[in-house]
Ligand binder design. Sequence first.
Ligand code: NAD
Length: 252
Amino acid sequence: MIAKDLRSGVEQLGDMIAEASIIVPFTGAGISTECGIPDFRSPGGLWTRNRPIPFDEFVASQDARDESWRRRFAMEPTFAAARPGRGHRALASLYRAGKIPAIITQNIDNLHQASGFRNDDVIELHGNTTYACCIGCGAAYDLSWVKQRFDEGGAPDCTDCGDPVKTATISFGQAMPEDAMRRATELAQHCDLFLAIGSSLVVWPAAGFPMMAKNCGARLVIINNEPTDQDDEADLVIRFDIGETLGPFAGN
Ligand code: NAD
């Protein structure tokens, strides 16, 4: 059912939250647009400006690695200034209340952790852009370390094994993180309310989790300001702004 206006959508969502024992949110870039981080597919989104660099290209080409890091550092003021928005705060409030055991996110911006979720309770399907990792041995690096090397001689390699260092994110063509996929599957299969928030639901395999939850008996709510392919399957579709929709649940 599609909420006919914001007020009735918020009311129906409130009822569903009250009735649920285990709520699992699944978030996408739309929850962070009010924090100043552009999404991918809205007009003016990142996708419209930069073609994503696939993983095999990053591995094969120093130029691609340089371009990838140049883009990342160009975004640094945006990521560094971003603070949790109303959507993040509402979910953190439900987490504190014990209704949400953990959150599944496609986002890489660290804002769920910043809103109060424990690191272990944020299941990052696409990694995290606030630090870097060696793609070979997995050694972690601070972005400040990468920036210094980058300024001196371009995209750096790992000091341990010599493989390229990359933001700790999952690029197109890169294997999904096994542990995150396993935990997200468990969460989707064992909740009674699944909230898909701010995702166009076109990036797979992540976009499979809403229907997985629904097929395991959960009610499905989709909150997104444009239609998605899964709207027909949802128990409630709220096609309004996320901050406006979740703001009433943000508490103090
Ligand atoms: P997407 O860009 O494909 O979809 C975002 C959706 O959110 C769009 O349908 C858009 O209409 C909607 N939206 C934007 N602002 C909204 C608002 N205020 N209220 C309601 N709806 C709003 O994003 P996705 O589905 O998450 O997939 C994109 C991929 O890009 C993800 O894998 C993610 O890793 C990455 N990404 C992450 C960030 C981030 O971490 N903040 C930002 C850009 C891209």
